[in-house]
Write a protein that binds this ligand. Structure first.
Ligand code: SF4
Ligand code: SF4
Length: 166
């Protein structure tokens, strides 16, 4: 399925006292950062660095994101109903809009021009479904997705500082 970096950036923001809000965009894919906020780390070695997910977002353009309908807001969950639909013939499964087609692009994936050219983030970061939460940054799926889209492999120095900050 899809998606993001498991909230690493979001966790970092929390540590820095920044709390992503619904309607903002952060990373992790993203997230919803307040428009004036930049995704920097507190580490001098990462100064002025933006989380790789904010410059990528490809997992949100690669997987069919399906989850239990009980994750929909109308069923007591968190995922906004207008961004998903029930999967025909699957009973109790829902799918993020835009991930059932080709090319894939989740309807919640948002441009983040205030962070820089090409930056993207999940528009429902705090409300995203379980599969999105479970997709690990720098995992095999992450690397495989980046390779599919022609992005360079993440280097150790691009991974470790963020994992240590999470
Ligand atoms: S493919 Fe990897 S680097 Fe790109 S947004 Fe997804 S988790 Fe982040
Ligand atoms: S809900 Fe967010 S994290 Fe999940 S695929 Fe869509 S944009 Fe990516």
């Amino acid at each position: 399925m899809h998606a993001l970096c498991r909230g690493l950036v979001c966790a970092l923001l929390m540590q820095l006292g920044v709390h992503p809000r619904h309607g903002d965009v952060c990373c992790a894919p993203l997230i919803f950062l307040p428009i004036e906020t930049k995704l920097f780390t507190a580490s001098p070695t990462m100064s002025e660095a933006i989380h790789p997910c904010l410059l990528c977002g490809k997992c949100c353009q690669n997987y069919r994101v399906e989850f239990s309908i009980y994750e929909l807001q109308s069923m007591g969950g968190t995922v906004p109903d207008h961004l998903a639909h029930e999967v025909p013939g699957k009973g109790n499964r829902a799918r993020m809009n835009g991930t059932e087609q080709h090319p894939v692009r989740c309807a919640a994936l948002s441009e983040l021009p205030h962070l820089g050219e090409g930056c993207v983030g999940c528009g429902i970061y705090e409300q995203r479904s379980r599969p999105c939460r479970d997709f690990p940054f720098a995992s095999y799926g992450c690397h495989d997705t980046r390779e599919k889209f022609g992005l360079p492999a993440l280097q150790e120095h691009e991974i470790t500082p963020w994992l240590e900050s999470a």
